[in-house]
Design a protein around this ligand. Structure first.
Ligand SMILES: *Cc1c(COP(=O)(O)O)cnc(C)c1O
Length: 387
């Protein structure tokens, strides 16, 4: 069995894909699957979009990697665009979401301890997901991920998402930062409420703590705005992004306010591959498609179209508990059997992702068409009629 070749970190479906185009993946025998997982919110433009393919071809003919000893226009241009679009000041590039979060943890620790030696605590949310490395795992509020890997980072404290009182209870001068996802992705597509997010901002201001948004999943247009926190009148000190930023090419970034990173000096952190021209060229292409080619401005209409149809299904099939989400980060919470439904959809050649609380995560590429949404709805209905 091919399973024997791998350290068993993953339980995979017995499907092998050979190629992809747009919203479609093709298996070994050429069967088309409608891919509404998109590499887990990664393939912003679907599979093998001509603009991204061309960028990779051109950039790999020009310059792939030079190290962070030197400058390059590609990394400079991407930093400038991200800074302008986020209304923040300075950027650090890495290769993944968890790496972005490792960087924000270090920035928060240095920021705090420069103010007072014991100002090093980080508050994080129950049911959050920030990654699998030891630092980001320490602020991932899920026992199932943490349980076999203790001891974890010290001076981190879990609080309850969307419960300002629980945050207020833990808030004091020793807190350096609070981290949250504006929309919790892995734990069932749960948006932060406006009053919660604004209350957190206010507490951070009051205690001179940094406000950190992890937008690795909900950022880069997935929510219908470039960054999900832009639905609210709030501004983070640190913003982690990755997944959709490269459209499938690995890249992550931290975007920071000047006040958060005033304390940073050369040597405090780094990444061998971070900021390489090839990854940054992909990031620029994704932004170009989202903003200059108006892909982002179509997301809210696609979202409304999709969510309306899912809610209509809910009226017929009460085993759908709730449909929620923003943009094309959609959760369909079932009363039960979400795993079986995902499997049955797979048999109908529709790929959907799981998450906590019996919630099915629906993550089409942002380039998805109405016809493809209709097809997905038909396939979901076919499965639901059999339950
Ligand atoms: C996926 C994810 C991460 C981890 O990203 P990796 O690239 O897998 O390291 C971190 N935070 C959030 C919110 C995520 O969805």
């Amino acid at each position: 069995m091919k399973n024997n070749y791998f350290i068993p970190f993953y339980s995979k479906y017995d499907l092998t894909f050979h190629s992809g185009k747009g919203s479609w993946l093709y298996d070994d025998n050429g069967n088309p699957y409608l891919d509404f997982i998109s590499g887990i919110a990664v393939n912003t433009l679907g599979h093998c979009h001509p603009a991204l393919v061309e960028t990779i071809q051109k950039q790999s003919n020009t310059l792939i990697n030079i190290s962070n000893y030197f400058w390059n226009d590609t990394v400079l241009n991407l930093a400038k665009r991200l800074r302008d679009l986020s209304n923040l000041d300075q950027v650090f590039f890495c290769n993944s979401g968890t790496e972005a979060n490792e960087a924000v943890i270090k920035i928060a620790r240095k920021y705090g301890t420069q103010i007072a030696p014991n100002k090093n605590k980080i508050l994080y949310m129950k049911n959050s997901f920030h990654g699998r490395t030891m630092g980001s795992l320490s602020i991932t509020g899920q026992e199932k991920y943490q349980k076999n890997f203790r001891p974890l980072l010290e001076n981190v404290q879990e609080v309850i998402f969307n419960d300002l009182a629980s945050v207020r209870e833990q808030m004091n001068d020793s807190v350096a930062a609070i981290i949250l996802e504006p929309i919790q992705g892995e734990s069932g597509v749960i948006p932060a409420t406006e009053s919660f997010i604004k209350g957190i901002q206010q507490l951070c201001n009051q205690y001179h703590a940094l406000l950190i948004f992890d937008e690795v999943q909900c950022g880069m247009g997935r929510s219908g705005k470039l960054f999900a926190h832009q639905y609210f009148d709030v501004k983070p000190d640190l913003l982690s992004i990755a997944k959709g930023l490269g459209g499938g090419f690995p890249i992550g970034a931290v975007i920071a306010s000047k006040r958060a990173v005033n304390c940073i000096e050369a040597g405090d952190h780094g990444s061998t591959f971070g900021g390489n021209p090839l990854a940054c060229a992909c990031g620029l292409t994704i932004l170009e498609q989202l903003i200059n080619k108006d892909l982002l401005s179509d997301v809210p209409a696609k979202s409304t179209y999709f969510i309306t149809k899912l809610k209509r299904l809910q009226e017929t099939y009460p085993m759908i508990e709730e449909v929620r989400g923003k943009g094309l980060l959609i959760g369909m919470q079932m009363k039960h059997s979400s795993k079986e439904i995902i499997r049955k959809c797979m048999e109908q050649k529709l790929l959907l992702a799981g998450s906590s609380n019996e919630t099915i995560r629906i993550l089409p590429p942002l380039t998805v068409s109405e016809e493809e949404i209709d097809l997905a709805i038909d396939r979901i209905e076919t499965v639901l009629t059999k339950f």
